[in-house]
Ligand binder design. Structure first.
Ligand code: PLP
Length: 440
């Protein structure tokens, strides 16, 4: 298998796109440095074709959790093409924005109003502005990942390791104004003590959390957030950019009976087309009229058209039910089969987005080897799977069988005290500079 055209292009791209085009978790180096195909020609269903014509089944995230109907979904693409041929941008607004607002509010009856952006981090920044404007207090308490913006990264001004346990370690706040120090403070998932510690801030204006990453939220944790909210009058935001519309139709907060003031969606909402939404209670959201929040491309039509078609398709096809069923099946089967061969793994995450961890000291090397060998077998495989409507049982069974064959090989190397034969460097675990030296 020849897979170097993508890497050759990436090398050239890095010389004019510093650090490559972000998202961090999409970087080649986070999977298989120097060998990951990096660029694609075509994607359809759960298949991706690289620049050398190799086809892979995607078991590594489906566009960082966004394409749960599968790539190039016909219904969604048809709606987008219709929007394009009728003018995707104009001096006047498209009607789809109203339809999408109505739809999201009807799925989340506690909410009354909606605003829209394109990317998730941008939607988080809008939500934070609204919440601060409403509460009249600046301090934000966070739990989870909420994008790259100053308000979030400022948490690392105090200590560069503050964000390490909130999904992404190694984030440098260089360029973030130093006077933002202490304006954002952390609390930790399912850690009631860290929530209660927020009581000391009498200027707490906003509490933002992801409703779930690896494990389900405990009742005590959610109750403690409710109490802090009551005590401080802070605005409660659930960031559903990754969790939304995967295990259930709508936000995961509905399943866990969390009662937020604002919820944020992105990623899966448009099945890969750029659309994000901020929905919320009327009194909170209405402050948008008093604080300046505005952007030209927020009225562009394709994102709205894609989101409406995506939601319709999710309803018609029972997408969440199918993805959860497949995810549960994968989790159960891989655990059973690993037990049989004495391969030690841990499975976490929502049912439709399981994560796999190798419970060995050299887990990062093993993960890199796994990705390398699965690539040879025709898969894009990492440590997190995102199930889509295109992943049927035959594909999943074959993936499990092939995974087990690689696990067996890893065990043979371990048992004979041999080093795993990696063809390139180990995958990165954190954010880091990719080329040249840091200047100043
Ligand atoms: C929970 C959460 N919030 C915010 C973001 C940022 O969204 P985006 O990458 O679209 O800016 C992400 C992206 O991974 C996310 O998972």
């Amino acid at each position: 298998m020849k897979i170097n055209s993508g890497q050759k292009l990436l090398k050239k791209a890095k010389s004019i796109i510093p650090g490559g085009n972000q998202l961090l978790s999409k970087r080649s180096e986070m999977f298989l440095p120097d060998l990951w195909p990096n660029y694609y020609k075509k994607a359809k269903g759960c298949k991706i074709w690289d620049l050398d014509g190799n086809a892979y089944i995607d078991f590594s995230g489906m566009g960082v959790t966004s394409c749960i109907l599968g790539y190039a979904n016909e219904k969604v693409d048809k709606a987008v093409k219709h929007a394009i041929s009728n003018g995707s941008m104009s001096t006047l607004n498209c009607t789809e924005e109203y339809e999408l607002a109505e739809k999201l509010i009807s799925i989340h009856p506690w909410s009354r109003m909606a605003k829209f952006t394109r990317s998730g981090g941008e939607a988080c920044s809008v939500a934070i502005r609204i919440a601060r404007a409403y509460s009249k207090n600046d301090r934000v308490a966070i739990c989870g990942y909420h994008g790259w913006h100053d308000w979030y990264l400022s948490l690392n001004l105090d200590n560069k390791k503050n964000l390490d346990s909130q999904l992404l370690p190694g984030l440098d706040p260089m360029g973030v104004p130093k006077n933002l120090k202490d304006s954002t403070v952390p609390f930790y998932f399912n850690d009631v003590k860290s929530v209660n510690a927020l009581k000391k801030y009498d200027d707490l204006g906003v509490i933002i959390l992801e409703p779930m990453r690896d494990v389900e939220p405990d009742k005590e944790f959610l109750d403690s957030i409710k109490n802090i909210k009551k005590k401080t009058n802070a605005v409660l935001i659930v960031d559903e950019i990754t969790s939304g519309f995967h295990d259930n139709y709508g936000g995961l907060h509905l399943k866990h009976n969390i009662q937020p003031d604002i919820a944020i969606f992105g990623k899966a909402l448009g099945n890969g087309y750029p659309i994000s939404a901020i929905i919320g209670r009327k009194n909170v959201m209405d402050i948008c009229q008093d604080t300046f929040i505005s952007s030209t491309m927020w009225t562009e039509r394709t994102g709205f058209a894609a989101a409406l078609a995506t939601l319709e398709s999710m309803e018609e096809n029972n997408v969440q039910k199918i993805n959860v069923k497949n995810g549960k099946y994968y989790k159960k089967t891989i655990l059973n089969q690993c037990k049989k061969i004495n391969f030690n793994i841990e499975i976490s995450g929502c049912d439709s987005m399981p994560g796999i961890k190798f419970k060995y000291p050299e887990s990062n090397k093993m993960q890199t080897y796994f990705t390398q060998e699965m690539l040879r077998l025709g898969y894009l495989a990492g440590s997190k799977i995102v199930f889509s409507l295109a992943h049927n049982k035959t594909i999943i069974d074959k993936y499990i069988k092939d995974s087990i064959s690689v696990f067996k090989r890893i065990l043979q190397y371990i048992e004979s005290n041999k080093t795993l034969p990696l063809l390139g460097p180990e995958k990165h675990k954190t954010f880091r500079r990719l080329t040249g030296k840091k200047n100043g």
